[in-house]
Design a protein around this ligand. Structure first.
Ligand code: BGC
Length: 375
């Protein structure tokens, strides 16, 4: 059996396992009046996603909604246009409408405490989805990918590609960080900066723009509000025009995710950079279609892939357990302190995707279609 065939078989088996676990629930659908035959009760779920402007959140919301509805749950899925007030009022409406389980990917993890007080008065169970919710006791579980590891993988990729362990350098680095209101952004940054900062100190990495945080805690100084591609592009335009004069070239850009990477790549393109030997290394995260195309075209070096289907399946399992009054499985009870408590979490494993992995990891597993990325 060839390697590719083995991988395909594994992917089919994995997909069938998810289908079976979902089918097991849908065989005797839950009811919303608490009278289900298979023990699923009060399966009335409100899902609150941050925005439709990013591919991943559309997939996350729709996949989870479908799995839950197939299992007989009532689901209200809302997107908040990246506006915190809108997210708060959508959650209020879900609580008023009878949602007993809330799945929330917060826009700003610090502003939801009051609305979650209301949710608790109605006995709702709250799952923080992908992003932690801070400053409240009223968040029961957290399901996410290992966010620190996402950053570590980006940092290690840069370390290996540039031969930093072998003492090579100096290389010009431009680091970026995610949205200051997103709790994940500091984990992504620290994961990467813990690998890269020692090389900045040794002079193997140089940051011509001076935008090198002094420590992990200083990450928000280079954060891009709302993870907006156009803001990342404008920031990169500024750095290139102000600090890269003469022969000075960027060798590497630490981008925490794909939406920032797209903006950075557009900026590089308009400054005359073209794929080839002297094109910079650029990191990313999410395996968005446009970025996977960019990887195939040599405009982006890698992305950290988080299989959102696995996250959806994990949250589905949590909801099943909550509704059945059973213990919810978690695998981390120490990392995610939200200021009020350490939230019991389930962390999934992210993985690096480079050009050679696109077929085997993203397409053979069904995460993307070949036609999505021009293959
Ligand atoms: C998510 C990333 C995403 C970013 C922007 C983060 O909280 O974990 O996957 O790229 O938000 O939406």
């Amino acid at each position: 059996m060839t390697m590719t065939t083995t991988k395909r078989l594994l992917a089919v088996l994995a997909t069938s396992a998810v289908a079976l676990s979902l089918a097991a629930c849908s065989s005797s659908p839950a009811t919303t009046d608490g009278a289900s035959g298979d023990g699923i009760k009060d399966c009335n779920v409100g899902i609150s996603m941050p925005t439709r402007s990013l591919e991943r959140w559309i997939n996350d919301g729709e996949q989870l909604q479908k799995a839950l509805e197939d299992a007989g749950c009532t689901v209200d899925l809302q997107y908040a246009d990246n506006k915190t007030d809108q997210q708060i009022s959508q959650i209020q409406n879900q609580v008023a409408g009878g949602s007993k389980i809330l799945v929330i990917a917060a826009i700003d993890g610090k502003v939801l405490a009051p609305v979650l007080d209301e949710a608790k008065k109605q006995d709702a169970t709250v799952i923080a989805y992908d992003r932690l919710i801070n400053g409240t006791d009223n968040v029961d579980y957290y399901a996410t990918f290992d966010n620190y590891k996402v950053g570590t993988l980006q940092g290690q990729y840069i370390e290996e590609q540039l031969g930093l362990k072998d003492g090579k350098g100096p290389f010009n680095l431009e680091p970026f960080a995610g949205s200051p209101d997103d709790n994940n952004a500091k984990f992504f940054f620290s994961g990467a900066w813990d690998v890269l900062q020692p090389y900045v100190e040794k002079g193997q990495l140089v940051v011509p723009s001076g935008k090198a945080p002094k420590s992990d805690d200083d990450w928000a100084s280079i954060g891009i509000q709302g993870w907006a591609s156009d803001k990342a592009q404008a920031e990169m335009d500024n750095r290139l025009s102000s600090f890269y004069t003469g022969d000075q070239k960027v060798n590497v850009v630490l981008s925490p995710n794909d939406s920032l990477a797209i903006g950075i790549e557009a900026s590089l393109k308009s400054a005359g950079y073209a794929p080839g030997a002297s094109y910079p290394i650029i990191t990313g995260q999410d395996a968005d279609k446009a970025n996977v195309k960019a990887i195939l075209d040599g405009e982006q070096s890698m992305t950290v892939w988080k299989d959102t289907r696995a996250l959806g399946d994990r949250v589905f399992q949590m909801i099943k357990s909550i509704a059945a009054g059973e213990e919810v499985e978690v695998n981390d009870t120490k990392t995610y302190d939200n200021g009020n408590k350490v939230v019991p979490s389930y962390l999934l494993d992210p993985e690096v995707v480079v050009k050679d992995d696109v077929q085997s990891k993203l397409i053979d597993s069904g995460f993307l279609k070949a036609s999505d990325v021009g293959l």
